[in-house]
Write a protein that binds this ligand. Structure first.
Ligand code: 4AD
Ligand code: MG
Length: 361
């Protein structure tokens, strides 16, 4: 409706203002708004197309918009080129278990991308420093509070960079985004009852723990993870509750990480990889590391992982025809928004969430 009247300050009003109305003109005569009594999670997800008008999602979406802009600005200010990779692909990046398969033209089998990484690796040999923000798809069978089947992925790849270099870049990136949100979204964060002090506290250096050190902390709690196994969501939650700032866990054992990770020449059973975990129980928001730059080393590892080098011909070519050391990482944008806003569920960090059970609305 269009309202005419006089705007006056009123401290008791939610926005601090009131209108003393002299005239109302309807613009749309509506049906009764369906969200009145049933505020169950499932129902609110069914009517998501209307629930996005709530003050809660309005606040989250304003923060989300700013987080995306901040990530773009960060990379642009540092001389990265924005690039774009295809969504239809023919071989897995992150292992076969979470691939979405679909029928392409002429009954050809293709998959939805899990990560733009391999294309970013190709692109550094022409642009040197590249990034992209795009959807990634994972057929995640487990129902957790931090998994979507379609999520927004910010990925960067840098020629000549080693593990240490990308870890520094990652902590600068996260700090930059948080500063920006604190500067511009205090109103929204306060509405979301986010403890601003916890965000204000975040600045480099973040904590750095080796996999072995992290394992020791985890196993002092109620867990019993064997050396060589990956940490699950529960272990990460327990670990990150101990910390007031994000922490890196580096040096994961070979089999916990995808085949493209370079093994540490000084300790070949572990990889030159690092995950960045958000504090307060949120867990992994970034996965990254140094890539294998040598063709033979790569082919050997592909075989050791029981994969077929034929499926990765063009990726191996990047090493055959001129290669340099390089590293990169992938940041889960929805997980970042979830943590910054202090949300309980990743579904509330994205306007129209896709999970293993939900593809509507
Ligand atoms: O750790 P991941 O699987 O690493 C990669 O895909 C690398 N190829 C990235 C790279 O080096 N270019 O995924 C990266 C991040 C995770 O840390 C997590 O934040 C997010 O992507 N992520 C998900 N977010 C929501 N739902 C899911 N199902 C996710 N899977 C990964
Ligand atoms: Mg990961």
């Amino acid at each position: 409706m269009i309202v005419e009247g006089v705007v006056v300050s009123e401290s008791r009003a939610p926005g601090g203002l009131e209108i003393h109305i002299s005239k109302i003109t309807p613009v749309c005569i509506t049906s009764k708004f369906p969200i009145t009594r049933d505020f169950s999670r499932e129902y609110l997800l069914d009517v998501r197309h209307l629930w996005i008008r709530s003050r809660f999602l309005n606040a989250v979406l304003k923060v989300r918009s700013n987080v995306f802009r901040a990530v773009h600005d960060f990379f642009r200010e540092r001389g990265f080129y924005e690039v774009h990779a295809p969504m239809f692909i023919t071989a897995a990046v992150e292992g076969g278990a979470t691939l979405f398969e679909l029928e392409y033209v002429n009954k050809r089998k293709v998959y939805l991308t899990q990560s733009a990484q391999f294309y970013l690796e190709a692109l550094i040999f022409t642009l040197e420093k590249v990034y992209t923000i795009a959807p990634s798809f994972r057929a995640e069978k487990s129902r957790t509070r931090r998994h979507l089947t379609e999520f927004w992925h910010a990925e960067a790849e840098i020629a000549w960079a080693h593990l240490k270099d990308i870890m520094s870049l990652e902590e600068e990136l996260i700090t930059y985004v948080i500063r920006r949100v604190l500067e511009e979204n205090e109103k929204e964060l306060t509405f979301l009852k986010r403890d601003l002090k916890k965000l204000e506290n975040i600045e480099p250096p973040f904590y750095r723990l080796s996999y072995d050190e992290a394992l020791e902390i985890i196993n002092k709690k109620e867990f019993n993870v064997e050396w060589g196994d990956d940490f699950g969501a529960d272990e990460e939650r327990a670990l990150t509750k101990e910390f007031d700032k994000p922490l890196f866990v580096y040096g994961f054992p070979e089999k916990t990480k995808a085949f493209y990770h370079k093994n540490d020449p000084n300790r070949p059973e572990v990889t030159l990889s690092a995950d960045l975990l958000a504090p307060e129980g949120y867990g992994e928001i970034i996965g990254g590391g140094e890539r294998i730059a040598d063709a033979k080393e790569l082919i050997d590892k592909i075989k050791r992982f029981g994969l077929n080098p034929k499926d990765y011909e063009w990726y191996i070519d990047l090493r055959r025809y001129g290669s340099v050391p390089h590293s990169g990482f992938g940041l889960g944008m929805d997980r970042l928004v979830m943590w910054i806003c202090g949300l309980d569920h990743i579904m509330d960090a994205i306007p129209f969430p896709r999970t293993i059970r939900r593809v509507y609305p």
